[in-house]
Design a protein around this ligand. Structure first.
Ligand code: NAD
Length: 356
């Protein structure tokens, strides 16, 4: 058997190392870097293999695989969504992911993606708001103050320049947690007592709640002209956040229509209802916000290309740092066709008396 140093080892980023990497880069810098990586990849949308994610549904939640590839790299993420998990001390969303070399098929990175998903989702929301929100939007309502919420807020500050966030959650302890985490982050934090209170004076409204039902976090009478809505939490069949009438008054922007029509807010509309793909706005092929009174809606469900961008960004950033370990994940026989021989070599040596 080859000594570990000569084997085909795969770089692995643990949760602990990911936290150290984020702190090393700086959260705002990393969100900005991820946003640029996502924008760059959205601009070359045609170069990716695309498919709606492969979802396995149960009464409690969903487990999904999210693959995509370009000419040189292949990536996938494993992610779950289980809204009731928090009641038993587990997270709603956990994830890990892998990047591989298309030429050889060999993995080049395995990483935790629970933190990375929160960052890439926040970066994607901020990219959407950069193109769609009213100019000089300063205040965001953040409805749903769970695991994603602080990341959503800080990305919106770093990339879109918001200066005030208005927090609301049905669970006041979640709002208290978010307010405490956001204290000292250079943003004014206001705790609100209802969704109506939260959206007062907000030019951007982000909904990021978790409940496996057709919820109505926002109803039509709550939405004034000219706002931008990021609907993040409705990302599964039978799991939405906005009343249908809000959708009918909005210009709707999506990631990948074949996936969003199944999973997004627009599952409530006719399959032919017009939507604009966000990548086209970023690439200058479609208009984003054209009028001050327009209501724009980013119907986010999370798409594989955002994870691919995040995996490649992290691989570049982690290079040369101590924030990774090398995993013995791939068999590496001396002769590639002698896998059996590799197994035999690992057997304990027989004592001389046993050799006849
Ligand atoms: P979480 O469970 O940590 O937080 C969800 C919060 O929503 C909780 O604090 C809960 O009390 C609150 N909530 C539930 N119903 C509410 C209501 N009616 N009004 C106000 N608040 C309400 O979950 P999380 O990790 O923050 O994820 C939030 C949602 O975002 C989930 O539904 C998840 O599936 C989704 N998500 C989407 C993407 C994407 O790319 N679009 C990525 C990650 C997560």
């Amino acid at each position: 058997m080859l000594p570990p140093s000569q084997k085909a080892l795969v770089p692995f980023i643990s949760v602990d190392h990911m936290m150290q990497l984020i702190n090393h880069i700086g959260l705002e810098q990393m969100l900005t870097g991820l946003a640029s990586a996502i924008e760059d990849d959205f601009k070359r949308w045609q170069s990716f293999d695309k498919t709606p994610r492969i979802a396995s549904h149960s009464a409690e939640g969903v487990i999904e695989l999210m693959p995509t590839a370009d000419e040189t790299a292949y990536g996938f993420k494993y992610v779950n969504g289980h809204p009731k998990n928090t009641r038993s001390g587990l997270q709603t969303v956990t994830a890990f992911g892998l990047l591989a070399d298309v030429k050889t098929g060999y993995p080049v990175l395995l990483t935790e993606m629970t933190l990375l998903t929160a960052l890439r989702t926040a970066a994607t929301s901020a990219v959407a708001a950069k193109y769609l929100a009213p100019k000089a939007a300063g205040t965001m309502a953040m409805i749903g103050n769970g695991a994603q919420s602080e990341f959503q807020t800080i990305a919106m500050k770093a990339i879109c320049g918001i200066t005030c966030v208005r927090l609301y959650d049905i669970d006041p302890t979640a709002t208290a947690k978010a307010a405490q985490n956001l204290a000292g982050q250079g943003i004014k934090v206001i705790r609100c007592s209802s969704p109506e209170h939260a959206i007062e004076g907000a030019q951007i409204i982000t909904t990021c709640t978790a409940d496996k039902q057709y919820a109505t976090i926002l109803t039509d009478n709550m939405i004034g002209a000219g706002v931008h809505i990021n609907a993040i939490g409705g990302d599964c069949p039978g799991k939405t956040e906005l009343h249908r009438d809000v959708l009918l008054r909005s210009d709707i922007f999506v990631e990948y229509p074949p996936q969003t029509r199944i999973e997004g807010e627009i599952q409530q509309l006719e399959p032919t209802h017009p939507v604009t793909e966000l990548w086209r706005v970023i690439a200058g092929q479609s208009a984003g916000r054209t009028e001050t009174k327009q209501i724009t809606l980013f119907d986010s469900v999370g798409f594989a290309i955002e994870d691919f961008s995040a995996l490649r960004y992290v691989r570049a950033q982690v290079h040369g740092t101590p924030f990774l370990q090398m995993l013995d994940l791939l068999a590496d026989p001396n002769d590639p066709r002698d896998l059996f021989g590799m197994l035999k070599r690992s057997q304990p040596c027989p004592s001389p008396l046993e050799i006849v």
